[in-house]
Design a binder for this molecule. Structure first.
Ligand code: GLA
Length: 388
């Protein structure tokens, strides 16, 4: 038996304070993507791993007809009416509403419930805090309703929550890795087939997550712009998705589609890099994996244009720090986190060097976390609640 994580202890305590003992407690992790960025919505390949920070949901049935109540330790309290058809998409509880609303739409009636939420996944840092919340909640609601847990289907439902309820046109990567991750492994995911293959980190290496502490603002439209540029390129090339395009075909895109050409070049090359990275992991080749991560950053910065000054600065600093084998921005981009592959023996020196140089360059205090690849979503056994 393992002790509940700090987030689990807090979610359970919050539930007890508000309503007494929970009936179900579930957790789902955030993620860091090692390589394969902005490829998921092009039916391509990604290589993320779940991280040790998770979001925990403690749930119990409510007696009060159609009203469910949710308390987040960060955002406060919200009441949801099961007859409600829509929600203000800027409200934090839109993720909670979306999951229960779409489950209802699948004929999975969850009744009314009380729900407490705690998280250690930094919010808005490109570590997939929203997918962790959606997956943890879906896992708990399915258990409460006595339904089976189908990770890939649930991930698709949570992607629909983002696309249809919250209005964020994101891909499948974040909910899928949060639902399906295998402990101690990253996963090569084929986003067309939803095929998930575990890959170990090279021996003697760790993944360091580098938080610039900058956060995204008003960039959801930039994400949608990138997505539609990819769709236009695929359309011109007469392929159903850029996954099916080759680099030499991309170069034939006409001058009026010059921006689309650069975006597509990133996607097609990034897919190749991701497959090569998975192969390098299989061959235990840290150097090749690291150089592919460096190349990915250049492509995201120059062709896809989703990096930013803080991300570029921390990646450059990381690459010059002791023990670094490769580094790049991770997730949607513009702000948030970078990821670095580091020799385990040098992890302490690496962390100090990055923090010191980043402070000197930007005046900001970066957080650096070393995370083992964590397991995907799970129900926390009742016996474990009491172990903490
Ligand atoms: C965000 C989205 C993902 C993916 C990444 C970029 O995290 O939620 O679906 O597109 O950006 O790789």
């Amino acid at each position: 038996m393992t002790n509940p994580t700090p987030a689990a202890q807090r979610a359970i305590a919050l539930h007890r304070e508000s309503w007494g003992e929970p009936a179900v407690v579930s957790r789902a992790p955030g993620r860091v993507n090692l390589i394969g960025e902005h490829t998921d919505y092009n039916d391509g390949y990604v290589l993320p791993m779940a991280i040790e920070f998770d979001t925990v949901v403690a749930l119990s049935p409510a007696r009060s007809g159609r009203r469910s109540t949710v308390i987040s330790e960060i955002f406060g309290k919200a009441t949801l009416d099961s007859k409600r058809e829509s929600i203000d998409t800027t409200h934090w509880a839109s993720y909670v509403f979306g999951v229960s609303h779409l489950l209802d739409g699948h004929g999975i009636s969850t009744g009314s419930w009380n729900c407490s939420i705690a998280t250690d996944v930094p919010i808005g840092a490109s570590l997939s805090s929203s997918a962790a919340l959606e997956i943890a909640l879906a896992r708990a609601l399915l258990r409460l309703a006595g339904e089976s847990w189908e990770p890939a289907e649930t991930a698709q439902l949570c992607q629909r929550v983002e696309n249809e309820v919250v209005g964020m046109p994101c891909g499948i990567m974040d909910p899928l890795i949060s639902a399906c991750a295998i402990a101690d492994h990253a996963s090569l995911i084929d986003c067309r087939l939803l095929d998930v293959r575990p890959r170990r980190l090279p021996d003697g290496t760790v993944m360091a997550i580098l938080d610039t502490t900058t956060r995204r603002e008003l960039v959801d439209s930039a994400y949608a712009d990138r997505r539609s540029a990819c769709a236009r390129a695929a359309n011109w090339l007469e392929v159903s998705a850029l996954r099916d395009a080759q680099l030499d075909e991309i170069e034939r895109l006409p001058e009026e589609l010059a921006t689309e050409r650069r975006r597509a070049r990133h996607v097609v090359a990034e897919n190749e890099r991701t497959l090569e990275a998975a192969q390098a992991m299989e061959e235990n080749d840290a150097e090749v994996l690291g150089s592919l991560m460096n190349a990915s950053h250049v492509s995201l910065r120059d062709d896809y244009e989703v990096s930013g000054p803080a991300l570029d600065a921390i990646v450059e600093i990381a690459q010059a720090s002791p023990g670094c084998i490769g580094a790049r921005m991770t997730g949607g981009g513009f702000a948030g986190c970078a990821v670095a592959l580091v020799t385990a023996d040098a992890a302490g020196a690496f962390t100090n060097a990055v923090q010191e140089s980043y402070r000197a360059t930007s005046g900001l205090d970066a957080s650096v976390w070393l995370s083992r690849p964590a397991a995907g979503a799970s129900i926390i056994d009742r016996a474990e609640w009491h172990a903490g």
